[in-house]
Design a binder for this molecule. Structure first.
Ligand SMILES: NC(=O)c1ccc[n+]([C@@H]2O[C@H](COP(=O)([O-])OP(=O)(O)OC[C@H]3O[C@@H](n4cnc5c(N)ncnc54)[C@H](O)[C@@H]3O)[C@@H](O)[C@H]2O)c1
Length: 259
């Protein structure tokens, strides 16, 4: 893919299932990658080393904290030289019926998924503004891991769907404001991925598993690897003119099945 070799990529939630698959795809294409996550240093360093002993690094990063994101991006620049691609991928989910949603779960979900995306995107964009602009080349690319539920209610998903809907609007604002500066912003919106918390819920909850199996027209969940390629595409030169949009990878889940 054109325009990826040598690029510096920061991925929040980079040690999770989707984060690692995305990192692996960028590394294969010749990028250098920093994973930001909550793991203790030793475990994080081991995760990065398994991906690539030379081209991947780990930095501890809590996306809900402005100073933590600032520290992590500073460390990332020390390794990468500059940040070309920032991926806000850290996420959390707590499914609760609306009448039972707790204030804590609501706040935590909004803090990680929405405010975390704001923190990563704003601070990365400020750094990207210092990247020199050559011709039509972009100064930087901001990507969010959204979700098909950013526009589609999912039962018991009040906090999660609201956070992902907020992320969608935030991405559009960033795309609109920063396009003249040569920074694009887009979302990769997976459907049900057999990864992370969805995998845990699918394995544990028969009712959830049946609902998923009935709802997805392709009749299966997606793998983390099937999501990763779209991040690479949006960061590549092939997508230089793409901004303010989402690639939805949901096996047709957004189509309403009527049988
Ligand atoms: N698994 C799915 O079906 C699915 C579907 C659509 C979207 N997504 C989104 O994909 C992204 C990654 O999810 P995943 O499925 O790989 O789950 P995961 O649990 O494997 O990964 C999430 C990662 O985020 C990290 N994280 C959580 N809070 C953080 C914080 N405050 N600061 C930094 N890192 C933090 C976790 O430590 C973890 O490594 C999330 O944004 C999620 O909403 C997942």
């Amino acid at each position: 893919m054109k325009g990826i070799t040598g690029k510096g990529v920061f991925i929040s939630g980079g040690c999770g299932d989707i984060g690692r698959a995305v990192a692996a795809r960028f590394l294969e294409a010749g990028a250098r990658v920093v994973l930001g996550d909550l793991l203790p240093e030793r475990a994080g360093r081991a995760a990065a080393k398994r991906l690539s002993p030379t081209a991947a690094r780990y930095v501890r990063c809590d996306v809900t904290s402005v100073p933590s994101v600032a520290r992590a991006l500073k460390q990332a620049i020390a390794f990468l030289g500059r940040i070309d691609v920032a991926i806000s991928n850290a996420g959390t989910v707590t499914n609760q019926p609306f009448l039972a949603v707790t204030a804590d779960a609501w706040q935590r979900t909004l803090d990680v998924n929405l405010t975390g995306s704001f923190n990563v995107a704003q601070q990365a964009a400020r750094l990207m503004m210092k990247n020199p602009r050559r011709g039509r080349a972009r100064r930087g690319v901001i990507l969010f891991t959204g979700s098909w539920v950013q526009e589609m209610p999912w039962p018991h998903g009040a906090s999660y769907c609201a956070s992902k809907g907020g992320q969608l609007m935030l991405m559009k604002i960033i795309a609109q404001e920063l396009a003249p500066h040569g920074i694009t912003a887009n979302i990769v919106a997976p459907g049900m991925v057999y990864a992370g918390l969805t995998k845990a819920i699918y394995d544990r909850d028969r009712r959830f598993a049946k609902l998923v199996d009935r709802t997805v027209p392709l009749l299966r969940m997606c793998s983390a690897e099937e999501v990763a390629g779209s991040f690479l595409h949006l960061a590549s030169d092939d997508a230089a003119y793409v901004t303010g949009t989402s690639i939805v990878i949901d096996g047709g889940a957004s189509l309403v099945r009527r049988e």
